[in-house]
Design a protein. Structure first.
Length: 109
């Protein structure tokens, strides 16, 4: 009903760094927040080790080389056009994370 044909709209919420996102998720889940950080190069080592030595497992790798490259970057999304032209409002991130945690916890049980 709204918007311009051919326009794309980002329907996002709060911009968070990876650390802030997982900190918020840990709080919502009632789990402790990891208190240590590894340098970005460690992600590349873990991804390489998984790709090299973890190929016999049927499970998906914890960290792929592509994920390791992206882990240190900050992606900023601007929802201004969606707010202005569509009247879009995002709900609080904590509510979304709580619902996601509840959903995935129920599936894992």
């Amino acid at each position: 009903d709204r918007g311009r044909p051919g326009c794309r709209y980002i329907l996002g919420g709060a911009n968070r760094s990876t650390g802030a996102f997982f900190g918020e998720l840990a709080r919502v889940a009632g789990r402790p927040i990891p208190r240590f950080r590894l340098p970005g190069a460690a992600a590349h080592v873990v991804a390489w080790a998984e790709a090299t030595f973890g190929s016999g497992r049927r499970k998906r790798a914890y960290l792929s080389p592509g994920q390791a490259r992206l882990a240190a970057r900050f992606f900023y999304y601007d929802t201004a056009r969606a707010r202005a032209e569509l009247g879009f409002t995002a709900r609080p991130l904590a509510d979304t994370l709580a619902d996601a945690f509840t959903f995935w916890s129920a599936r894992a049980a």
